[in-house]
Ligand binder design. Structure first.
Ligand code: APR
Length: 239
């Protein structure tokens, strides 16, 4: 069977770039209840709170850079492509660090660097407007406030068909820096395993969905992922 590697990344993959992970010890998102700031209901209830919260996240994008894990995944993509093997990178992260590093990525929870109009559906790349108090109107239809183009709780993730096609071909799967709590992303590891793929999991501590058949690689993604990429490429090359 032709090798097809699928990698899923979560907040832990960006932690070494200084992006805070999604959940803190109290299970909140930087002091906010996630239902206040990451749901369509929260946005309808208090657009100012949700907007100022996301504007702070969008401003942070300017201060962070891809880390060694992002760079290693670019190398993996290029070398697999050169060898004629398949590769699909899926990320739950809404920072744009994979793209900035040079990866082709399915951003299943959207991207902070994009804004979307709820009225006409237009999307715009926007990294410049980060004032927490000023909404950005839609140029296309004049609607007063664009929303961040991210997937909130209760909304359908992007790219699910493409992800499902990749999983059907998947021979090697790695979950990097995700706590395995948020579905459907958390189900990809199990789906790959059930389909016969070899599976690896990197995180600081064992995530909720870890299975005895998964190879657990504890530690920081920036330190673990480059070595995992080396090992996998050597393995696939029969070295
Ligand atoms: N290297 C590797 N893993 C790390 C690191 C690191 N430097 N730092 C933290 N981790 C691991 C933690 O051990 C944990 O398993 O990353 C995981 C982070 O978990 P979460 O913060 O829950 O992040 P994630 O799984 O991506 O959250 C999923 O929840 O609401 C949503 O859309 C949001 O995409 C997000 C989703």
């Amino acid at each position: 069977m032709q090798p097809h590697v699928v990698v899923l990344t979560g907040a832990g993959a960006s932690a070494d770039s200084g992006v805070r992970t999604f959940r803190d010890a109290g299970g909140t998102w930087e002091g906010h209840d996630v239902l206040q700031v990451a749901t369509p209901e929260g946005w309808r209830r208090d657009r100012r709170l949700v907007w100022s919260f996301y504007q702070a996240r969008r401003a942070q994008l300017r201060e962070v850079e891809p880390n060694a894990a992002h760079v290693a995944l670019v190398r993996l993509e290029r070398e697999l492509e050169a060898a004629g093997h398949g590769f699909t990178l899926v990320s739950q992260n809404v920072d744009d660090l994979h793209r900035r590093a040079g990866s082709t990525v399915i951003e299943m929870h959207g991207n902070l660097a994009r804004l979307r109009c709820e009225r006409c559906g237009a999307t715009v790349e926007d990294r410049d407007h980060v004032d927490p108090e000023v909404f950005v109107p839609c140029d296309a239809c004049g609607h007063d406030a664009l929303r961040p183009d991210v997937v909130w709780f209760g909304e359908l993730p992007f790219g699910l068909d493409e992800i499902e096609r990749a999983l059907r071909r998947c021979t090697h799967f790695a979950a990097i820096g995700t706590s395995g709590q948020v579905y459907p992303a958390a189900g990809l590891l199990e789906a790959a395993r059930a389909g016969g793929a070899r599976t690896w999991v990197n995180a600081l501590e064992a995530p909720a969905n870890l299975h005895p058949d998964d190879r657990f690689l504890p530690g920081r993604a920036g330190e673990v992922v480059p070595g995992w990429v080396d090992g996998l490429l050597a393995d696939l090359a029969g070295r």
